[in-house]
Design a protein around this ligand. Structure first.
Ligand SMILES: [Zn+2]
Length: 418
């Protein structure tokens, strides 16, 4: 856990900009002055201007702050802010909005001035003053990684809730890129490797992040940074991890090698497990059928990008598990052929057609009747037809245009034209 030292960690800023402040801080100790207390005059005042700029669903959770929509915040004298006093224009909510989102968990985006230039910032509100200081201390411990592995920290600001002496605190950080669009297991291995290597950087600096998750990774132009340092703790012993997640991204690791890596640093190993990094050699088709990776099948992350693939379409036929597995492999082999020619969006768009046609061919080859209650419509969405309606529906869909010859090559475009 956090040591008490974290709270009184000395100012982390060594930036020469601090020297520009006209009046030096009075030589009052934290004991007599307090880290920040009501009524303490501060020469560094900042306004967060929310007016008209922030379009967030629901109400603006910053409304609980005194003087909303233009909120006066102040830095304290122990943790001076690297930005000159100014109005920070707030532009949006970076946290995913939900009805129970509280201000203390909200992260806003904003535009601030630094050395005359506009910079994008993330303003992260924190549950308590103490937690804010602990996170600031963690940014201080990892100062050498700011701007490459973790965001830059510009400062910590304090204010009040409306009609209350309840203090609030926020961290003003560099805004880097955006959150991950895909889940880890849907990202290609090199991208996952880049994110995991940043975690390794933190370990090499002597700390554990302790909350490595998709929500705490941001990306821009193929680079990845790790955010939310609230749970950072000193690493137990010196981390001996040397395995490079990017260099090894193309390899299927034997189990013995995986086991050895787990022994090197169980925390990094677990994070990589969370990202399904170790299971690249194993595919789960249709969310259910585990098979070995093969050149005839899509890669692991591609398999996970195609949602809701129906296997065992005709519910009037009782498929054995081995038959479903067989059909699953055939469907994903078709996906792979399509991926060789078309982008993933097309494969996803036509996935139901592909499933339908593979089932149809599979039934035909075995002389098993085929009368599913689900048929893809012109947009590729399943529509429910009764057994009786099926023939009619099939005729209407011009399914005869779908190739029935052996080794058919399902082209989405020919289906559209059909
Ligand atoms: Zn480690």
């Amino acid at each position: 856990m956090h040591s008490p030292d974290c709270i009184s960690y000395p100012p982390v800023y060594t930036d020469t900009a601090l020297a520009d402040f006209k009046e030096p801080a009075p030589a009052q100790s934290e004991e007599t002055y307090g880290p920040w207390s009501p009524g303490t005059p501060s020469r560094q005042a900042y306004d967060l201007d929310f007016e008209d700029h922030v379009k967030a669903p629901g109400h603006h959770i910053a409304e609980i702050l005194d003087d909303y929509p233009t909120i006066l915040l102040q830095s304290d004298l122990v943790h001076p802010c690297l930005l000159e006093p100014q109005i920070i224009r707030m532009t949006g909510l970076l946290s995913e909005w939900s009805p129970d989102l509280s201000l203390q968990r909200a992260v806003y985006s904003g535009v601030a001035k630094k050395d005359g230039q506009d910079i994008e910032v993330a303003v992260k509100f924190v549950a308590s003053i103490e937690e804010a200081k602990m996170e600031v201390a963690n940014y201080g411990h990892l100062e050498a990684l700011q701007g490459t592995v973790i965001p830059r920290l510009y400062g910590m600001l304090f204010g009040y809730e409306k009609n209350s002496d309840e203090e609030v605190a926020c961290l003003v950080l560099e805004r880097f890129g955006s959150k991950l669009r895909l889940d880890f297991h849907q990202m290609d291995m090199v991208s996952r490797g880049e994110a995991l290597n940043r975690l390794v950087d933190i370990h090499r600096a002597g700390f554990s992040h302790c909350d490595f998750a998709r929500r705490n990774v941001v990306t821009k132009d193929g680079q990845y940074r790790i955010v939310d340092l609230a749970d950072v703790t000193p690493h137990e012993g010196v981390c001996q991890w040397t395995f490079d997640f990017v260099e090894n991204a193309g390899r299927v690791l034997p189990y013995s090698e995986q086991r050895a890596l787990r022994g090197v640093c169980p925390i990094i190993f677990a994070a990589a497990s969370e990202a399904l990094y170790w299971s690249a050699g194993r595919l789960v088709l249709g969310g259910m059928y585990g098979v070995e990776a093969a050149p005839s099948l899509p890669k692991s992350h591609e398999v996970y990008q195609v949602p809701d693939v129906v296997i065992g379409l005709d519910d009037s036929y009782h498929y054995k598990e081995s038959e479903k597995r067989d059909i699953a492999i055939k469907i994903y082999e078709e996906f792979k052929k399509q991926l060789d020619k078309y982008p993933m969006e097309h494969v996803i768009h036509f996935k139901n057609w592909t499933s339908y046609e593979v089932h149809r061919k599979w039934h035909a080859e075995r002389n098993i009747s085929f009368a599913p209650r689900l048929v893809p419509d012109e947009d590729g969405q399943w529509i429910h037809v009764g057994v009786r309606g099926f023939r009619e529906r099939e005729a209407a869909l011009n399914l005869q245009y779908l190739s029935l010859e052996p080794n058919f090559d399902l082209s989405p475009y020919s289906i559209i034209q059909a």
